[in-house]
Design a protein around this ligand. Structure first.
Ligand code: FAD
Length: 509
């Protein structure tokens, strides 16, 4: 290798922030590039972390595999449970509920996606709901869970799952999991960021004890404040509040109790929605709301009035602006986590966006010059990913039939991004959905939310007409039988957790 190339290599990488984003990034980079990089992570106990985040999506399992983490050990440490999907309540009409389940829906037959057969069956005698053909949905409905890669003796795929956990504990778990000596942790408050006079790259950080931390490349995981990407580099923020208007949250834990549901609940309220997430040691609750339509006191009253068990403290307030940083990567600084942008946790995407940002960085790992073409490509892909997630979330609000409060009336009437409008219209007219490139949510995710929000396709794909009526009925009935048989073999979720990853009972006093 030539000297020039060698000299330009990034040797010193600095991560600012020790929240979930910071430690997840540190763990992944240490595993991938630990022998080549000196990694330093700066965090401040005085500032602390955002301290919320409890639901994830199945892609998080890749983190465990890559890092060689034992899933049961991790779940014990983070008070975790399993998640099969998100149940969305009252978003379309008050009293209506549907599930966005992970995993497959039915079975494809030939070239035709399953849902076209199901669409064709609507209106036939004895027709069943879509979710009767999903193993994840059927297991969720009965509070059952097991790890199941494949349903034995059947063409059905297995259970696809994610976790509910305490994200702060997850960050700490990852920290302990990093091999000793690879990441240097510095406790201290950054009070200044120094830039190179020539190219405006970040040169060093000044800490409150007078010491400096120098680096070739900086990752900003400093949370909403975006200390480097915004504070120092003035990158700018794109505001999406006109589409995702919620701007505050109140979070409170409540005593564990009731069924340990293997799914997240999102419960629409008069000016936002509430999450309910079962952990082993508590239920996580939070009310995400729009301050233009409800006062903080009223939001707190709605939250506390609908907890299933006793609150474990006072609700903790959080404020945010939905949107994304205009550039996630600017000069020699990459923003991840809340520093890169924020979309409300309706589909639990934030931790995943950190993970995929690190993957993208690894795929495009730069040298110290940070080629602008590479930066452009990273930012182009990041924008694509964020915008598709954003559109998926907007769909939950836009496609409402609720007119009972000013908030929901505004959501139903708002203008939406053209790409989302196109997708909805295509589905309404043809029943067709196409995943674009590597967008996060696959056809089955879009399908469930489109149908759950009562967008009814006018027709199904002509390929689904290849079966006779009788063949169609048999095919769908066979899928339901396979699903039913498979679910009957699964244990209750709480039993599975207790047996495999249950936390030790507290010692008797
Ligand atoms: C209401 C709400 C609910 C959420 N729910 C979910 C969910 O269910 N699922 C999900 O995936 N995500 C969720 N998220 C997002 C999730 O919480 C974050 O993505 C995740 O915790 C990462 O946060 P972070 O590490 O970027 O920031 P933070 O946790 O805020 O960490 C910032 C770090 O930077 C450090 N820092 C800041 N300034 C300085 C300084 N001057 N000097 C030194 N250090 C500094 C801090 O000390 C801290 O260590 C939710 C977020 C909110 C607001």
């Amino acid at each position: 290798m030539g000297d020039d190339i060698d000299d330009a290599r990034i040797r010193r990488l600095v991560i600012v922030g020790g929240g979930t984003a910071g430690w997840l990034t540190a763990a992944l980079l240490a595993r991938a590039l630990g022998s080549q990089l000196k990694i330093t992570l700066v965090e401040s106990a005085e500032i602390g972390t955002v301290g919320v985040g409890e639901a994830t999506i199945p892609q998080i399992l890749h983190v465990n595999r890559f890092l060689g983490i034992d899933e049961d050990d991790m779940l014990r440490a983070v008070h975790g449970t399993f998640k099969l999907g998100v149940q969305l309540n009252d978003f379309t009409r008050v009293g209506e509920s549907y599930l966005h389940a992970f995993g497959d829906l039915g079975l494809p037959l030939g070239l035709t996606p399953f849902h076209h057969y199901w669409l064709r069956s609507r209106g036939r005698p004895g027709a069943h709901g879509l979710w009767a053909h999903s193993l994840n949905a059927a297991a969720a409905a009965q509070n059952r869970f097991a790890r199941l890669d494949k349903v034995p003796n059947s063409p059905l795929g297995g259970i696809r799952y994610a976790y509910h956990f305490d994200a702060s504990l997850y960050g700490q778990y990852l920290r302990k999991h990093i091999a000793p000596g690879i990441v240097e942790r510095i406790e201290g408050k950054i009070v200044d960021v120094r830039l190179h006079a020539e190219d405006g790259h970040i040169e060093s950080l000044l800490l409150d004890n007078g010491s400096t931390v120098e680096g070739d490349f900086f990752i900003d995981c400093s949370g909403f404040r975006g200390l480097l990407i915004e504070g120092a580099l003035k990158t700018g923020y794109e505001n999406w509040q006109h589409w995702l208007p919620c701007d505050r949250a109140l979070a409170v834990g409540s005593a564990p109790g009731g069924p340990m549901r293997p799914y997240t609940q999102a419960l629409a309220r008069t000016a936002g929605w509430q999450w309910r997430i079962p952990l082993q040691t508590r239920t996580g609750n939070g009310h995400v709301y729009c301050s233009r339509f409800i006062s903080d006191d009223e939001a707190a009253a709605q939250l506390l009035g609908t907890l299933e068990t006793e609150p474990l403290g006072d609700p903790r307030p959080l404020r945010f602006v939905t949107g994304m940083r205009k550039l996630a990567w600017n000069r020699n600084c990459l923003a991840l986590g809340l520093a890169a942008g924020f979309m409300e946790p309706l589909e639990s995407t934030s931790i995943h966006l950190v993970q995929s940002g690190v993957n993208r960085l690894l795929a495009m790992f730069p040298d110290r010059h940070c080629d602008p073409k590479l930066i452009d490509e990273y930012n182009r892909q990041t924008r694509f990913e964020y915008e598709r997630v954003r559109d998926f979330l907007i769909l939950h609000y836009k496609a409402t039939e609720r007119t009972d409060t000013p908030f929901w009336r505004q959501c139903g009437a708002m203008e939406i991004p053209p790409e989302l409008a196109r997708r909805i219209e295509l589905f309404r007219r043809t029943g067709m959905i196409f995943r674009e490139g590597e967008e996060l949510f696959a056809e089955t995710g879009w399908l469930q939310v489109l149908l759950g929000q009562r967008i009814e396709p006018a027709r199904h794909h002509p390929l689904a007409d290849e079966l006779s009526d009788q063949q169609l009925d048999h095919f769908l009935a066979d899928v339901r039988t396979l699903v039913g048989r498979a679910v009957a073999t699964l244990p209750p979720h709480h039993e599975f957790v207790a047996r495999h990853c249950g936390m030790p009972a507290p010692a008797e006093v």
